[in-house]
Ligand binder design. Structure first.
Ligand code: PLP
Length: 441
C-alpha cells in the first residue's frame, strides 16, 4: 500500500512524551501508515509490530470494523454532554463490557486513558468507604516497580522511581509493598515463576504498620508491564486477594495492559481466577485507536453510592469526554472484531509456540533472563557498567533498522504483539531480535 507520505520537517514544537527528544529529533523515526501487523515508515519500509503500538493495538492495525464504526458515529452524533445527558452507544458499550468481566463486576465508569482510569478507581475507593461510614480508610497501597499511569494518584501509588522523583510530595497516605522480581530464584522461568508467593506477606507487614482500619485499597498490576514484565509468582495474587478480604480492603487490578486478551482470556482476573473489586482498563478497549479508559466495579461499590435524594449527583467525578460517542463506537467496533476473530482467547492457542520462540534466545550475549506469559515476552539484558538503559536502547534502534518494533524499559526488552500475529511472524520477530542481540556491544 503506497499511502502519500507527508512528513513535516519542523520537529521542534512538539515536546514528545516519555521520549529522548534531542536524540529523536536528530534522527527521527516516523510512522506514516499501519495495516494489520505492520507499520510503514516515512521512507517506505515495513516494520513488524512487536509491541501492539504501546501494548494497545490488540486487534492489529487498520481494522475495517473499527474504522467504519468511528466514521459512522462521527457523522451521526459527534458529541453528547457527558454530565446529566446520555447517548445509546455508551449504554450499549457498558452492557457489552460487563458481559465480558468476571462475575460480580457489573458497572463501568468511563475515562479517557489508563491514567484517568487509575485516578478514578482510587477516588471511587476512597469515596466508597466514606459513603459506608468508614471514611477513616484513607490510605492507598501500591507496589514497588508498579506503573499506574502519570496522574498524581497513579504516580503516588506507582513504584517507578524516575516517574516520581521530580514531582514533589505526591499523595500522602500512600505506602508500597515490595515487588516480586527475583532473578536469583526465577531466571528463565517458563510461564509463571515458581518462587515468591511469600512476597505477598509483605502486604500484611504494611497493613499492620498502618492498622487495617486506615486502609482503603490495594492497587496492583496482575503483571507489571511497563516496569519490564514482572510476572506474579504462582499463588501470589490469590494470597493478596485473601489478605485484602481478611481486612476489608478493596483490591484493584490495573489491567490496562493485561485486559482484552493479552493472556488468552478476556482479563488477567479470568486467567488467574482471582477477582478484584475494581479493574482499570484502557488501551485494548478500543484497540488503541481512540483514547478511552474505564473502571469496572462490583455492584456493592456502585450501590453504596446510590443513596440519598435521587436528584442529587452521587459521585462528584467525571470527564468531559467520559463515554465520548466516537470512542464508544470505536470500542464497540473493537469488541465486534475481537468476537468475530476469537481474539480474546487466541493468545491461549499461541502461548506455547510463543514461549518456545522467545526462550530460543537464551544463551545470546548479555541475556540474563527471558520470561513469558500469554502473548507477552521479556528479555532482560545485563546493563553496560555505568550506563544503565543504553544496551537495551541500542537494541531498540537496531531492531527498528531491521524492520522490527520492540519496546525497552531500563535494560529490559518487552514484547507484546497484536493478537492477530501468525506463527510465521513470531518466527520472524524472534529471528530479527536474535540477529540484533548478536550485534550488541
Ligand atoms: N496502568 C498501566 C498498568 C499501564 O500499563 C499504563 C500504560 O502503559 C497506564 C496505567 C497508563 O495508561 P495511559 O498511558 O493510557 O494513561
Amino acid at each position: 500500500m503506497n499511502a502519500p507520505i507527508r512528513v513535516t520537517n519542523n520537529l521542534e514544537a512538539f515536546w514528545m512524551p516519555f521520549t529522548a527528544n534531542r536524540q529523536f529529533k536528530s534522527n527521527p523515526r516516523m510512522f506514516v501508515a499501519a495495516k494489520d501487523m505492520h507499520y510503514t515508515t516515512a521512507d517506505g519500509r515495513q516494520v513488524l509490530d512487536g509491541t501492539a503500538g504501546l501494548w494497545c493495538c490488540n486487534a492489529g492495525h487498520g481494522r475495517p470494523k473499527i474504522t467504519e464504526a468511528i466514521q459512522k458515529q462521527a457523522a451521526e452524533l459527534d458529541y453528547a454532554p457527558a454530565f446529566q445527558m446520555g447517548h445509546p452507544a455508551a449504554f450499549e458499550l457498558a452492557s457489552r463490557l460487563v458481559q465480558l468481566t468476571p462475575q460480580g463486576i457489573d458497572h463501568v465508569f468511563f475515562a479517557n486513558s489508563g491514567s484517568e482510569a487509575v485516578d478514578s478507581a482510587l477516588k471511587i475507593a476512597l469515596a466508597y468507604h466514606r459513603a459506608r461510614g468508614e471514611g477513616q480508610r484513607f490510605r492507598l497501597i501500591g507496589r514497588e516497580r508498579g506503573y499506574h499511569g502519570v496522574g498524581f494518584g497513579g504516580i503516588s501509588v506507582g513504584g517507578i522511581v524516575s516517574n516520581r522523583k521530580m514531582f514533589g510530595t505526591l499523595l500522602t497516605g500512600v505506602d508500597h509493598i515490595r515487588h516480586t522480581h527475583d532473578l536469583t530464584r526465577n531466571a528463565f522461568s517458563r510461564g509463571l515463576p515458581e518462587h515468591g508467593a511469600e512476597y505477598a506477606e509483605d502486604l500484611e507487614r504494611v497493613i499492620a504498620l498502618h492498622d487495617p482500619s486506615t486502609i482503603a485499597a490495594v492497587i496492583i498490576e496482575p503483571i507489571a508491564g511497563s516496569t519490564g514484565v514482572l510476572l506474579p509468582p504462582k499463588g501470589y495474587l490469590e494470597r493478596i486477594r485473601a489478605i485484602c478480604d481478611k481486612h476489608g480492603i478493596l483490591l484493584i487490578f490495573d489491567e490496562v495492559i493485561t485486559g482484552f486478551g493479552r493472556l488468552g482470556a478476556p482479563f488477567a482476573a479470568d486467567y488467574f481466577g482471582v477477582t478484584p473489586d475494581m479493574m482499570t482498563v484502557a488501551k485494548g478497549i478500543t484497540s488503541g485507536v481512540i483514547p478511552m479508559g474505564a473502571v469496572f466495579a462490583k455492584k456493592e461499590i456502585y450501590d453504596a453510592f446510590m443513596t440519598g435524594p435521587e436528584h442529587l449527583i452521587e459521585l462528584f467525578h467525571g470527564y468531559t469526554y467520559s463515554a465520548n460517542p466516537v470512542a464508544c463506537a470505536a470500542a464497540l467496533g473493537t469488541l465486534d472484531t475481537y468476537a468475530e476473530e476469537g481474539l480474546l482467547t487466541r493468545a491461549a492457542d499461541l502461548a506455547s509456540y510463543w514461549e518456545d520462540a522467545v526462550h530460543s534466545l537464551k544463551g545470546l550475549p548479555h541475556v540474563i533472563d527471558i520470561r513469558n506469559l500469554g502473548l507477552i515476552g521479556a528479555i532482560e539484558l545485563e546493563p553496560i557498567a555505568g550506563q544503565p538503559t543504553k544496551r537495551a536502547f541500542s537494541a531498540f534502534l537496531k531492531a527498528y533498522e531491521k524492520g522490527l518494533l520492540i519496546r525497552t524499559t531500563g535494560d529490559i526488552i518487552a514484547l507484546s504483539p497484536p493478537l492477530i500475529i501468525s506463527k510465521a511472524q513470531i518466527d520472524e520477530l524472534v529471528t530479527t531480535l536474535g540477529d540484533v542481540l548478536k550485534t550488541l556491544d
